[in-house]
Design a protein around this ligand. Structure first.
Ligand SMILES: NC(=O)c1ccc[n+]([C@@H]2O[C@H](COP(=O)([O-])OP(=O)(O)OC[C@H]3O[C@@H](n4cnc5c(N)ncnc54)[C@H](OP(=O)(O)O)[C@@H]3O)[C@@H](O)[C@H]2O)c1
Length: 488
């Protein structure tokens, strides 16, 4: 990057009418505008295929904000000022001159342009090449790309090559919005801002780690897209492995993008490959059948809108992973994600080893091992469970009590933010620390590819689970074989 980059004066949002833009990006941009965090003259150019009049698009953006998690921030006066920034251009990626409208929509003054690619991943390469050919990329430009980057290591390399032919790696921001969540950043602060955890943060004190991303939603009309992907590619390759990296990485030398990402990629290189015969014993694939969620009947995967009669795509996966290095040798990392599960819950559980001896056994008291629980959804909290005496004069009785380490306990937090607000602000500031570097993407795909190949060669099919459950029984068996159980 130039040592003195020009401030950004425009953001072009490709996919401006899509689901992600509607639910997350416009509401986040509005919140940043409202808090005075967007550069004053910054223009926001929406780009999509539909021919839309300016006023029509502005109403679309207004409706998006009013129906989002940031709806409470809406007021007419602020929105009218925000709308002055907004433009709309119709584009057709893949067609000659399909991006011709973009250049004229940019401000004439010098400044950097952020291109946010919230389109299908097949368009990332073509958009970058078009922009470059049209002379719209210079050293002040940045590009933000959504997951997934490719569908295996080879295709990720192709996409990365195409993006890289237009933008330098320092200009590319590969977003994983989980890293924008307060609880995830607080995990980094807890680990590296305190000395007390470090002596415990290894195989001497930690028994195992669980990472769960459970969704109650089904496919929400996206059967075709999802069926090409499945839970392993859609969730594990990105969100779950990124969370695993933050738990397992060594302390970076500084809180800089390259130092943090160097440590994260080393974790990915240390993941023990799960291939061949090891795939069956270390992974479980599932697909939901019909069932009940909150007393409401919901259809099975194959009965969803747009579904084909048969499919071997997993909507659930559980994995027992291991990080082969000095810190983590012998500590299982259990990963689990699925759709139509019993509860919406994203969390990391660090289970410490049990006390070496229970002095309370003689008075009938059992001990639970300490647990650090980092919850990302539905609420963002961090708690450390410890054994405590229950109050009173009765004979000593023990109970497990969660100590709240979440920032809300200590700091006044004005509101819960959409994770994209943080990520967009970091792009504006040119800080890629919370974004995923090319080598991370490709290393995680290589690990995923081994599992996919193992499934294919062993013919490991999907096991049915009832919608509204915690997945197939085999997932419970997977963790119980190690003497553990899922945190549910
Ligand atoms: N939705 C989410 O929650 C979510 C979460 C994480 C990542 N992502 C990723 O974010 C990206 C966008 O997802 P989405 O759910 O928002 O998709 P979507 O609802 O299908 O929207 C796609 C957008 O791309 C535009 N588009 C499609 N083909 C185009 C073309 N040839 N030229 C120009 N524009 C074109 C569409 O414009 P028209 O409407 O005019 O056709 C629309 O604005 C995907 O890569 C997805 O994997 C989405």
């Amino acid at each position: 990057m130039s040592s003195d980059p020009l401030p950004c004066h425009a953001l072009v949002l490709f996919g401006a009418t899509g689901d992600l833009a509607r639910r997350m990006l416009w509401p986040s941009l509005y919140a940043l505008h409202r808090e005075g965090l967007l550069p004053e003259a910054m223009r926001l150019v929406g780009a999509a295929r539909k021919p839309l009049a300016h006023a029509e698009f502005v109403e679309h953006v207004r409706a998006a904000i009013r129906s989002s998690g940031n709806a409470g921030l809406y007021d007419d006066t602020t929105f009218e000022a925000f709308a002055l920034r907004v433009r709309y251009v119709a584009v057709a990626v893949g067609e000659d001159r399909g991006l011709d409208a973009v250049g004229p929509a940019l401000p004439a003054t010098p400044g950097g342009v952020i291109y946010y690619l919230a389109t299908g991943p097949d368009l990332f390469g073509p958009i970058c090449l078009h922009l470059c050919a049209a002379g719209l990329v210079d050293e002040h430009s940045r590009v933000v790309v959504e997951k997934p980057i490719g569908s295996d290591a080879a295709s990720a390399e192709t996409v990365n090559e195409a993006i890289g032919s237009a933008f330098g790696e320092h200009q590319i921001f590969r977003i994983d919005h989980y890293l924008g969540k307060e609880a995830v950043q607080n995990l980094i602060a807890l680990r590296f801002g305190n000395a007390i955890l470090e002596p415990l943060w290894n195989s001497n004190a930690i028994d195992h780690v669980q990472i769960t991303v459970a969704e109650t939603v089904g496919l929400e009309g996206r059967w075709e897209y999802y069926d090409h992907s499945g839970a392993l590619r859609d969730m594990v390759q990105s969100h779950l492995l990124q969370l695993l990296c933050l738990v397992a990485m060594e302390p970076p030398a500084a809180f800089t993008a390259s130092a943090v990402r160097n440590e994260k990629v080393k974790v990915l290189w240390s993941l023990r490959p799960i291939t061949g015969a090891h795939v069956a014993s270390n992974t479980v694939r599932g697909q939901y059948a019909g069932g009940y969620l909150e007393d409401r009947g919901v259809p099975g995967y194959l009965e969803e809108e747009g579904a084909r009669r048969s499919s071997d795509t997993e909507s659930f996966v559980a994995i027992r992973a291991e990080v082969d290095n000095w810190r983590w040798s012998g500590v299982p990392f259990y990963l689990r994600t699925g759709k139509r599960m019993k509860q919406r819950s994203s969390e990391i559980v660090i289970r410490f080893k049990p006390a070496p001896f229970n002095i309370f056994a003689g008075i009938g008291q059992s001990l639970s091992a300490n647990k650090l629980l980092i919850r990302l959804q539905p609420d963002e909290t961090i708690t450390l469970s410890v054994m405590n005496k229950t109050p009173g004069l009765n004979e000593l009785q023990l109970g497990e009590v969660p100590l709240n380490l979440a920032p809300t306990a200590a700091f006044a937090t004005p509101r819960r933010r959409i994770a994209y607000e943080r990520m967009l602000l970091d792009v504006l500031r040119g800080n890629p620390a919370l974004f995923v570097r090319r080598d991370e993407v490709e290393a995680s795909w290589r690990w995923i590819d081994g599992i996919v190949e193992g499934w294919r060669s062993a013919g490991q099919g999907v096991r049915p689970y009832a919608a509204g459950s915690w997945g197939p029984a085999a997932a419970a068996e997977l963790i119980e074989r190690g003497g553990h159980s899922w945190n549910e």
